[in-house]
Each structure stands twice: as structure tokens, then as C-alpha cells.
Design a protein around this ligand. Structure first.
Ligand code: ATP
Ligand code: MG
Length: 403
């Protein structure tokens, strides 16, 4: 067995082991295969997008193995692909036991501190002349023997470093690091949804949560200038751009709806207490048309019970009544603000959402928290709602953000 002085410099992390067990693993065979194919496609798109060149990408049941020179960089990017449960930058070798042990010793030497504890764990699929236990015993013994001067010890219960060995058919992968993935389902495994994206904290998180369940998104922003300023639109577009970093390989279109004129009509011609409810019902109606045009299956909003006057359970029912063809999904219904903020930070939208922009100046001093549906419908009957919808849809612009 080759064992040179200074061999730790030989360690070449050249691969990434990608795991996607979890929820994908319990799907039926057909669904699972479809999801895994989609995941493979999304992974390739991400690597291509970040110009990470790969030598090889191999898909096996429950795993994807990527051979890439910049394996650490690839691993970090791939943690952000929905469906990936964990990722390990690894050293690839053949399934020959001697080679495995050699590489495991090299990696242990580089990773372990003097006096540190370790454990070797092996996962093996395929036909091999040894068992997983043989690999653990042999690699563990050799690490202790060869690195005797380092004063290492084996601790199977609570090791400082776990030397992972994954033997897969004719290849083996050795690693000491596992990065947590985002989980969820591969993007595109569920239909598209239109998302009402306001530029605030909540709707960005709502979008991300449905993306995590596999839906690609068509964000819709309602521009209410002159009741707010241009900075609000820029914020919404920047948030969309950030969200699209989670959906590489999918369209980056945002739908911009001119809504200021509609809001002005409600302010001038309808009871002021009802402004917010009327404004939001109009948003839903327009979103329904856009959902049809986008071939989407639903409308997503960032509403959460009781957060604002327009978000009491009663008012949410009044809002729902405005649309019949498409369901309104509210992933944040039961979240409190702290939980939403925590997620927004993780997603990377929080700092954009909290940038200053003028709030809506049309909000009345005391908006109805329990708007009476009859009064709302009466106020709408006095307006030409269908013409307002048509004009807004006609004037909706589609912008592509980012590349
Ligand atoms: P957010 O933090 O998402 O702005 P919010 O707590 O401020 O939400 P509201 O202003 O009542 O609450 O909006 C509720 C939901 O309505 C938003 O989460 C979003 O989905 C949608 N919405 C509100 N304003 C707009 C807008 N200008 N464009 C698109 N969607 C909007
Ligand atoms: Mg808001």
C-alpha cells in the first residue's frame, strides 16, 4: 500500500455526493423516478448557471454523484436546490478496499486535530468482496496506526469527526463533511402558481414556501402609484430576482399590474372603511385572470391570520368570495411574524423587504376588520368592476428580472 510522507497534500476533494431521501424516498416508484429526473435536470441547470464545470454526473437510486474540480463550491450551491436533503464534498476513488483506506487516512490526517476523536461510517450498495463493517474496521485501524503520533481516538458515540465512506458499485466516496440541503420537492414537480408579491416580508416567504413544495412561480406585483412611490416597485422586483435564485432554470418573469387607478376609484367612490377589502378583492380578481393566462393552478398570498385589518378570518372569507375559479393559498396562515422573519433571513429576502419605501397612503384611519359582504358587494355594484379588471389585465406588463 502506497503511503508517502506529506501525503495529506494529496487529498483531492473532486466530487459531491448528493442525497435526496426524505419525502422523495417514500413516493411510489413512478413518482420517485419522475422527481429524481427533475432533480437531476435542476442540478445541471444550477451548475451551468454558476459556470461550475463538471467532469461527470451520475444518477443512482437515492443519490446523484457529481465529479467536479471545484467540488466545495458546487456543494454549497447545490444545498439550495429544492429536493436535496444533504450534500457532501468528497474524494472519489474506486471500490478497491486498499484505495478506500488510503484516501480515508489522507482525509482523516487533513481533517482531524491532534488528540481528536473520530468514527468511520460506511454505507455500501453493490457487490463487493467485503462488508461495510470490514471497511469501518480496516479504515479505523489504519487511521489509528498510521497517525499514531497524532494521539487520535475512536469514539463511535460522539466523534468530533465522522469519516464517511460511501461505496457505490465500482466507485467509493470518502468525506468528512455533510451540508444540510433545503429539502422539499424538486421545482417543477407541482404546477405553476401566481404569487401576489408585494415587496413586504411576508409574500416573499409565502412564495418560497410553495416553491419548496415544487411549484414554479409567476410573481404578480400591483403597482399602486401614486399611493406609494417607485421605490416600492423596485423593491418587489429585487425580491423577485432574489427568489429566482432559488428557481434557476425556470422563467424569471414578473407581472406588473397598474393598480393605482383602481385604488383611486375605491378611495373616491366607495366607503372609506372598505378601501383595503375592495383593493384586495380587485387584486384577487385580476390575479385569477393572470393565473388563467399563465396556466397556473392557484393564487398564493402572504396573508396570515389577524396580521392586519384585512387579514381577520372574517375578512379573508370576504376576500375569497371575490374569486371562484382558482383557490387562494396562504402558506403563512398560522405563522407569527418572528417565524416569518426568521425564514425571510434564511431565504435572503429580509434585507430587501426592509428597505425603506413608502407604505400605502390610501389605508383609511379605521379599516373594517369585519367588512359586511353585502356592503362590499353593493359598493362594487356601483362601479364597473369588469371593465376595471379588463383594463388592468390589458395594461399588465411582463418584465424579466436577472439573467
Ligand atoms: P407583505 O409583507 O407580503 O407585504 P402584509 O403583511 O404587508 O404582507 P398586506 O399588505 O395586507 O399584508 O398584504 C397581504 C398580501 O396581499 C401580501 O402578502 C401579498 O400577497 C398581497 N399584496 C399586498 N399588496 C400587494 C401588492 N402591491 N402587490 C402584490 N401583492 C400584494
Ligand atoms: Mg405589505
Amino acid at each position: 500500500m502506497r503511503f508517502a510522507v506529506g501525503w495529506s497534500k494529496l487529498v483531492k476533494v473532486d466530487s459531491v455526493v448528493l442525497r435526496f431521501g426524505g419525502e422523495i424516498g417514500i413516493k411510489s416508484e413512478w413518482t420517485r423516478r419522475t422527481y429524481e429526473r427533475l432533480l437531476l435536470r435542476n442540478i445541471k441547470k444550477v451548475l451551468e448557471y454558476y459556470s461550475i464545470s463538471i467532469d461527470r454526473i451520475v444518477h443512482k437510486r437515492g443519490r446523484i454523484y457529481v465529479k467536479a474540480k471545484h467540488a466545495h463550491e458546487a456543494a454549497a450551491k447545490l444545498t439550495q436546490v429544492f429536493g436535496v436533503s444533504s450534500v457532501s464534498p468528497a474524494v472519489e476513488t474506486t471500490s478497491d478496499m486498499n484505495e478506500i483506506v488510503e484516501r480515508a487516512c489522507e482525509l482523516a490526517d487533513e481533517t482531524l486535530k491532534n488528540g481528536g476523536s473520530f468514527a468511520v461510517r460506511c454505507h455500501r450498495v453493490g457487490e463487493h468482496p467485503y462488508s461495510s463493517m470490514d471497511v469501518c474496521k480496516e479504515a479505523g485501524t489504519q487511521i489509528l496506526t498510521r497517525l499514531k503520533k497524532r494521539g487520535l481516538k475512536v469514539d463511535l458515540r460522539n466523534p468530533q469527526v465522522t469519516v464517511g465512506v460511501e461505496v457505490r458499485d465500482e466507485h467509493a466516496y470518502i468525506f468528512t463533511e455533510s451540508l444540510q440541503g433545503t429539502g422539499g420537492f424538486p421545482l417543477g414537480s407541482q404546477p405553476r402558481v401566481v404569487c401576489l408579491l408585494s415587496g413586504g416580508i411576508d409574500s416573499a416567504v409565502a412564495c418560497w414556501l410553495v416553491m419548496k413544495r415544487g411549484c414554479s412561480i409567476s410573481p404578480v406585483y400591483f403597482d399602486i402609484t401614486p399611493f406609494t412611490n417607485r421605490a416600492a416597485t423596485a423593491k418587489a422586483l429585487d425580491i423577485a430576482k432574489r427568489l429566482f435564485e432559488w428557481s434557476i432554470g425556470f422563467p424569471r418573469r414578473v407581472l406588473l399590474v397598474p393598480h393605482g387607478k383602481n385604488l383611486e376609484t375605491f378611495v373616491k367612490k366607495s366607503p372609506r372603511k372598505l378601501t383595503c377589502v375592495l383593493c384586495k378583492r380587485m387584486m384577487y380578481r385580476i390575479a385569477e385572470r393572470l393565473a388563467e393566462m399563465e396556466k397556473a393552478e392557484g393564487i398564493v398570498t402572504g396573508e396570515s391570520i389577524g396580521q392586519h385589518a384585512s387579514q381577520t378570518l372574517h375578512n379573508l372569507r370576504v376576500l375569497n368570495q371575490a374569486v371562484a375559479k382558482y383557490p387562494v393559498h396562504r402558506p403563512l396562515l398560522g405563522f407569527n411574524k418572528l417565524e416569518i422573519v426568521e425564514l425571510a433571513k434564511k431565504i435572503g429576502t429580509f434585507n430587501i423587504s426592509t428597505r425603506t419605501a413608502e407604505g400605502c397612503s390610501a389605508v383609511p384611519r379605521s379599516p373594517a376588520t369585519k367588512a359586511r359582504l353585502q356592503l362590499v358587494m353593493k359598493a362594487e355594484q356601483e362601479l364597473d368592476i369588469s371593465e376595471m379588471i379588463q383594463e388592468s389585465v390589458r395594461e399588465t406588463k411582463t418584465v424579466t428580472v436577472g439573467t
